[in-house]
Design a binder for this molecule. Sequence first.
Ligand code: THU
Length: 137
Amino acid sequence: MTITLTDQERQHLIQLANEIRRNAYVPYSNYRVGAALRSISGRIFTGVNVESAAYPTTMCAERTAVFKAVSEGEREFDAIAVVTDNGGSPCGSCRQVLAEFGLDIVVLIADGEGKLHHEMTLSELLPEAFTPRHLPG
Ligand code: THU
């Protein structure tokens, strides 16, 4: 079920995602991305992008947050904020990884001033998603 966030909750997630951007490791793109992912238990996991000299091995902020959370035992999420300088949107790989854990997750896309550019669900961001329910067994 998709939740409705209060303005305070939105601002809190965006602020955490924005602040954590200072830890982004971006020597190649200089494009800082921060994410703040909330589990249904209320815990919030942040993530940043971590680049690599072998470019394709770079990891995005959103997936860093998901992997941190899942590593800590969380599998159900209701919201994520993603902050970049210019309100950039989550890449396809991050959409797919988030979809693994729920199409109802609310995605807040904001910029470095804290301005919300888009608010939508994962199912809106990734229509007709391939998910675990497509696999037999
Ligand atoms: N990036 C993210 O962290 N998340 C996305 O969803 C899009 C792209 C990062 C990867 C790379 O470090 C930089 O942004 C430029 O592509």
